[in-house]
Write a protein that binds this ligand. Structure first.
Ligand code: PMP
Length: 433
């Protein structure tokens, strides 16, 4: 049945009947019919090595996760107003990974919903609504999330920062406003400047939101020391600190389970999404008891699907699989190896200006000798890698960063294959664009 409709027919139907602002990946799009571990398979049985999908965290269609969902689906699925072991079990699994301060959870269905709830919480806690966010940050697709996502409101179709959002420059030590050694202090000063702007308007700061590695921004690692300094400024102004772990969480960083732990800070709120359900829509907001207390101001928080027994069975099995199969350690080992190999590649091919990221969350930025971004070449590389059966994605405000964020079961052989083909394609003659 999967064979019956040609890709061209699927595409023309999409064009007519699905939203015009939905995009398709690659010049010649792929139809995927199966997933297994770090591989995707198209309708012709062609296998692709997937370096893109950080949602299929423990591997595409992981047997134990699928089984947990199927078995629970056959028993009962209801909302969280009924008692059920699964929601408590998932809470316990998550709390075990978090610092003791973050001991209260709310379950939702997507990263956007998690950030949406986080912003409601900071508003309830502080009585303020002004949010400080990073340039090119992305936090989700809802009204409020778009309002705090410079990636969207400063990009195509956007109309700039709303009145209550205050954007500080992308803390990019490679091509950003401040580069090199002392950039952490300077970027923290930029956060402070935004706080002062809020105060000058006679208002207070509700929150500071940032990802530990800015993903849509092009895998930007925060300069060491920046986050602690920024948190200090924000807290001195009475604001709360949110760590958006939707992309980087659940062990992907290798060294630590959560991204904020790389920076020795404890946020007031952590938002968790993509990897938690391994493809099933489940997400969470972790917060301090103080935040949870103020949010519970009498208005009930009801979420039809959030925390249902099926989602919780799936997410619990995902977290247990990460532990059982030592996937955080794998992210550290394979990620470190891959980064070393990418650095060697960068010495061979000078258009690789920067190699960055941690664990299995890496990026390589392509620039010319004057540090100008090479978007067309980055796009060429991703499409050529696809011709060789390897899926890669591109991102960054200038579309010149190749991203690597595969399922966490990625092996050393997968890394070697990736490097082999990157070396082959980088040697092609494609600078003419
Ligand atoms: N935060 C970050 C950092 C994200 O990358 C995304 C999705 N790309 C979201 C939030 C929103 O998550 P969702 O698409 O699940 O709503």
């Amino acid at each position: 049945n999967q064979m019956e409709t040609s890709n061209d027919d699927l595409i023309s139907y999409r064009k007519q009947h699905l939203g015009k602002s939905l995009s398709l990946q690659y010049k010649v799009p792929i139809k995927t019919v199966r997933g297994a571990g770090q591989y995707l398979v198209d309708q012709f049985g062609r296998k692709y090595l997937d370096t893109v999908n950080n949602v299929a965290h423990v591997g595409h269609e992981k047997y134990e996760v699928v089984k947990a969902g199927q078995e629970q689906m056959a028993l009962i699925n209801t909302n969280s107003r009924y008692l059920h072991d699964n929601i408590n079990d998932l809470a316990k699994e998550l709390i075990e990974t978090l610092p003791p301060e973050l001991s209260v959870l709310h379950f939702v269905n997507s990263g956007s919903e998690a950030n949406e709830l986080a912003i409601r919480m900071v508003k309830a806690y502080t009585g303020e609504r002004d949010v400080i966010a990073s340039e090119v940050g992305y936090h989700g697709n809802t009204n409020m999330c778009i309002d705090i996502s410079s990636y969207k409101f400063d990009g195509k179709g956007g109309s700039g920062a709303p009145e209550h959002t205050h954007v500080f420059p992308l803390p990019d030590a490679f091509r950003g406003k401040y580069r090199g050694k002392h950039s952490a202090e300077k970027y923290a000063e930029e956060v402070k400047k935004q706080i002062d702007i809020v105060h000058k308007k006679g208002r207070g700061v509700a929150a500071f939101i940032i990802e530990p590695i800015i993903s849509c921004g092009g895998q930007i690692e925060l300069p060491q020391g920046f986050l602690a300094k920024a948190y200090k400024h924000v807290r001195a102004a009475g604001g709360l600190c949110i760590s958006d772990e939707v992309q980087v969480g659940c062990g992907r960083m290798g060294k630590t389970f959560w991204g904020f732990q790389l920076h020795n800070v404890v946020p007031d709120i952590v938002t968790i999404g993509k990897p938690l359900g391994n493809g099933h829509p489940v997400a969470a907001v972790a917060c301090t008891p103080e935040v949870a207390e103020k949010f519970a101001n009498g208005m009930e928080y009801f979420n039809t699907f959030g925390g249902n027994p099926v989602s919780c069975a799936i997410a619990t099995e995902v977290l247990r699989t990460v532990k059982r199969e030592k996937l955080q350690e794998n992210a550290l080992n394979i990620g470190t190896y891959l980064k070393e190999e990418l650095n060697m590649l960068a010495r061979e091919f000078p258009i690789i200006g920067d190699v960055r990221g941690l664990g299995l969350f890496l990026g390589i930025e392509l620039v010319d000798s004057n540090m100008n971004p090479l978007a067309a070449q980055t796009d060429y590389l991703a499409n050529r890698m696809k011709d060789h059966g390897i899926l890669m994605s591109t991102d960054g405000p200038d579309h010149n960063v190749l991203k690597i964020k595969p399922p966490m079961v990625f092996t050393k052989e997968n890394a070697e294959e990736l490097i082999f083909y990157l070396r082959k394609i980088f040697a092609e003659d494609f600078m003419q664009f």
